[in-house]
Design a protein around this ligand. Structure first.
Ligand code: MF3
Ligand code: CO
Ligand code: CO
Length: 266
């Protein structure tokens, strides 16, 4: 098993800044997103907002990724490439923002409703949102990575959904992706023991149908559900502390077009 970095107090302070920037950009996305926009419009917004902060959008040119943010609509699980697709009433879109500032990355994503949720988009999105919360609630010094995965899997499957196996959460810091791999499924009591100072993401991808996914053979990035079912995802970057957890990408205010599901009619 690869060694998991323990961040120093100075590194943690720097991570708080890059993570807050990512959270602020994501919150602003929610305040701009609406039907009629293209996913490329979201890219332009995230790119410009990130540069305004004096930061760099980590996805841009990462392993050849061509854009500054991932936008994953409906049956796209993750790594959707922004383009000409127009968002329409009833769609869901995950926007995954990663900000590089002061030598450190902060990574966070949310699924937004375009216009009115349908019963299906609402179910998969609310299960993904709660799955992340349930995973975060397992985090404390001495817990195991398997405790996080098991809690997420038990909940999502009890809700009739499935959890994607082929993509996982990850350590994060000076590099976008570091050890450990954070599976969103598994068994309690297994996997690495958590220590204060570890920083990693939890980012469950929840499908309404089967957990099987495939990567677009043409663009080599876009990940789809094999059965065409809807997929939703939320992601936070978290710090393990002596007493529990600090959510480094905590939102400065509730997300429009997502956390206000009971009242949105955009
Ligand atoms: N932000 C994604 C994650 O949560 C990774 C995107 S890699 C990219 O790990 F190249 F597609 F941007
Ligand atoms: Co991530
Ligand atoms: Co991400």
């Amino acid at each position: 098993m690869a060694v998991v970095d323990i961040k120093s107090p100075k590194e943690i302070e720097a991570m708080r800044v890059s993570c807050l920037m990512a959270a602020e950009t994501l919150t602003l996305v929610g305040e701009h997103i609406r039907a009629g926009m293209t996913t490329d419009d979201i890219n332009t917004f995230v790119h410009d907002d990130t540069l305004k902060r004096g930061a760099y959008p980590s996805p841009l040119n990462y392993k050849g990724f061509p854009k500054s943010v991932c936008t994953s609509v409906n049956d796209i699980v993750c790594h959707g490439i922004p383009g000409a697709q127009v968002l329409k009433d009833g769609d869901i879109v995950n926007v995954d923002v990663t900000t590089f500032f002061g030598g450190f990355h902060g990574d966070t994503s949310a699924t937004f409703y375009i216009g009115r949720p349908t019963p299906e988009t609402r179910h998969v999105t609310e299960v993904a949102r709660k799955a992340l919360e349930i995973g975060i609630a397992e985090v404390r010094e001495g817990a195991r990575l398997g405790d996080i995965g098991a809690a997420i899997q038990e909940y999502a499957e009890a809700e009739g959904c499935s959890v994607v196996r082929d993509f996982v959460g990850h350590g994060i810091g000076r590099k976008f992706h570091e050890p450990p791999q954070v599976k969103h499924y598994g068994k309690r009591g297994q996997g690495e023991r958590l220590k204060a100072g570890m920083i990693f993401t939890i980012e469950p991808m929840v499908n309404l149908g089967s957990f099987e996914v495939r990567v677009d053979p043409k663009d080599k990035w876009t990940v789809y559900t094999v059965d065409g079912s809807l997929s939703a995802q939320f992601e936070h970057t978290i710090l393990v502390t002596r007493t529990g957890v600090e959510v480094l990408t905590k939102r400065p205010r509730p997300l429009r077009a997502s956390e206000n599901v009971a009242t949105i009619f955009v």
